[in-house]
Write a protein that binds this ligand. Structure first.
Ligand code: AMP
Length: 612
């Protein structure tokens, strides 16, 4: 059987690992390095045979600035509106794409999608594995940050497919890291995985019990990583060059790239020693710029970046209903956790010495190889569970969201709810899938819309429409709507053309907290109005149908109650509407008992889907 490999497709670097017997191993390239820089360099005519990947492409960062692509993971599964000006300014290559369009990278006259660029990196890793193993590699487990949304996961899967790989699982990076540390052997405990890589920060809180991992909560910041630390050194250089040489680094792309590379080297040196020297040769015979920087000075300039990781850590703990003291193990992932003051900050936060025995750059790939092994059937006693970052729901009458899968649900998961129609004889319903924490559709993100047609025409509230949300182990959502009477069903796999940035995810969560009270009030107002409209229609119909069943007195009290309800509804006063609804309930009790079948009564309480 061919070997299934584990791939860590990183923002800065990517790695491929496999199981050598019972030991996971990262595969090294000819140079003896295990990391492949996630960089792709194109030549002038875009000849694929001349495209360079990894270290070779890194060498082109300076000379071929606009044709050398890095940090493409930041753009996976995203649209133009998911990016801020700063994201676009930070990279020297051209990003194009209109509103509601997937993003493209323009190189000369050609356009590439982020998955296409990632596929070139994946192909290089596949080749590396095939050379090492001496056989074809066709299947892989690929890791993604825990916060990747549906669209970003899909984009990663697409990249795998484009590279000729069957992606048998998309695995969250922190889950992989926990596996690499073999923490499943711990009988019971809470693990915090602190992952500070090149471009992203993720914190995940996992629970282990009886060899089973469960991700309790995740949080993070897609705009925080080692690159930002480099940038602080670049800023220092820029200030100096402006002052001393009147050179603006940002106007000289090649020099800017060089400064970025030098800054990274200096940062890494400062993890080992207390001072380092910045050396940069300047263009136009301006000589060489030199400056000494101490670890203390560097640490002071990035203190706010370190502090920015604290908020998501505390939020993740709060989401899991835990306190820092409850954490029993802390795992460090990502090259940036080599910085001594990051280790110290994590230790201070969780009151635990974090695990850092394994190479923080390799842990995720090693874990992916272990997962690949599990899936190919060699290990069967291990189950991995992840969670959904945002709630998923459906639009119901009046633009109210009915949540089918709450945020932080363990995946794979499913949610099911019964809906009905709103008007008599309704044959179609529109299914609108939304994502977010707010109560109203207008405040959530629209993921997909589709129609269920061919419902047998029936009185409003009678059809029974079952809507099922299913999130598979890769975090991809499938929505199915079924008319239980006709048996007609319609389903979609939710694949938006662009996704939600982690910053947006976070913003949606915090907005839901901020607006919780007003949202709830708005929702209640809409719901009570919907209910009143339905009750008015049904009562009028019941009065007509049951004329012979009521005496004049009863008839009068029902008509009066109806008029009062209509009046309260026109004033949009929720409390009055509720009071009048109760009154109608009282006065129609006897008529309802006589007239309404149990199913109609049930239908009155059903949630309705809008007509289309
Ligand atoms: P990753 O995305 O996990 O590959 O992390 C790469 C990031 O780790 C880059 O920003 C590197 O500059 C950073 N990094 C690697 N080694 C060190 C080190 N010794 N000290 C500080 N940062 C490092």
């Amino acid at each position: 059987m061919s070997q299934v490999v584990g791939i860590d497709l990183g923002t800065t670097n990517s790695l491929v690992a496999y199981m050598d017997g019972a030991t996971p191993r990262v595969i090294q390239g000819e140079s003896g390095r295990s990391m492949v820089p996630s960089i792709v360099a194109f030549d002038q005519d875009g000849n694929p045979d001349h495209t360079l990947v990894g270290d070779l492409a890194k060498g082109k960062l300076i000379a071929e600035t606009g044709r050398t692509i890095y940090s493409v993971k930041r753009f996976m599964g995203k649209g133009r509106e998911d990016l801020e000006e700063a994201d676009i300014k930070q990279v020297p290559f051209k990003l194009v794409g209109g509103e509601k369009e997937a993003l493209r990278i323009q190189i000369d006259q050609r356009l590439y999608s982020p998955p296409e660029i990632s596929a070139i990196i994946l192909r290089a890793l596949k080749q590396r594995a095939e050379t090492h193993l001496g056989s074809e590699v066709t299947q892989a487990v690929i890791t993604v940050p825990a916060y990747f949304n549906d669209s970003q996961r899909q984009a990663t899967k697409d990249a795998g497919r484009l590279a000729g790989l069957d992606v048998i699982r998309i695995l969250n990076e922190p889950t992989a890291a926990s596996l690499a540390y073999g923490l499943q052997k711990t009988k019971q405990g809470i693990i915090a995985v602190y992952d500070l890589g090149g471009g992203t920060f993720d914190i995940s809180i996992l629970k282990i019990k009886g060899g089973i991992f469960e991700v309790l909560s995740t949080n993070g910041d897609t705009r925080l990583g080692g690159d930002d630390f480099d940038q602080r050194i670049v800023e220092r250089i820029r200030e100096d060059l402006l002052k001393q040489y009147q050179i603006d680094l940002f106007e000289l792309p090649a020099l800017r790239q060089e400064a970025r590379l030098v800054a990274e080297q200096v940062k890494c040196a400062l993890s080992e020693q207390s001072t380092a020297e910045i050396v940069l040769s300047l263009p136009n015979k301006k000589g060489i710029y030199r400056r000494e920087i101490s670890r203390k000075e560097f640490e002071a300039s990035v203190q706010d970046l370190v502090d920015r990781s604290t908020g998501p850590c505390l939020q993740a703990l709060a989401d899991a209903n835990l306190k820092p003291e409850d954490v029993t193990e802390v795992v460090l992932v990502g090259g940036s956790t080599r910085m001594p003051f990051i280790k110290q900050a994590v230790e201070n936060l969780f009151h635990k010495t974090p695990h850092s025995e394994l190479d923080p750059d390799e842990v995720v790939a090693l874990g992916a190889a272990i997962q690949a092994n599990i899936l190919s059937g060699d290990i069967s006693d291990l189950l991995l569970l992840d969670v959904t970052p945002l709630s998923l729901g459906l639009e119901t009458m009046g633009g109210v969201v009915s949540k089918l899968i709450p945020r932080n649900s363990t995946i794979p998961t499913s949610g099911k709810e019964m809906f009905s129609t709103f008007v008599d004889g309704q044959k179609n319903v529109s299914i609108h899938v939304v994502q977010g924490e707010r109560e109203l559709v207008e405040d959530c993100r629209s993921l997909a819309k589709f129609n269920l047609t061919g419902i047998d025409p029936m009185p409003a509230g009678m059809p029974r429409i079952e809507v099922t949300f299913l999130i598979d182990a890769d975090g991809i959502l499938n929505v199915k709507a079924k008319d239980l009477r006709s048996g007609r069903a319609q389903s979609v796999e939710v694949t938006p053309t662009y996704g939600l940035s982690d910053a947006e995810t976070e913003a949606m969560i915090s907005a839901s907290m901020e607006h919780a009270k007003e949202d709830m009030e708005k929702r209640q107002r809409i719901e009570v109005q919907n209910e009143a409209e339905t009750v008015i229609r049904h009562t009028e119909k019941a009065l007509k149908q049951g004329k012979d069943l009521v005496d004049a007195n009863e008839q009068r009290s029902i008509t009066t109650a109806l008029a009062e309800l209509k009046e309260a509804l026109s004033r949009e006063n929720p409390a009055a509407i509720r009071e009048k609804l109760n009154r109608i309930d009282e006065v129609t009790q006897s008529l309802a008992e006589k007239l309404m079948s149990r199913s109609v009564k049930e239908a009155l309480q059903n949630k309705r889907l809008d007509n289309i």
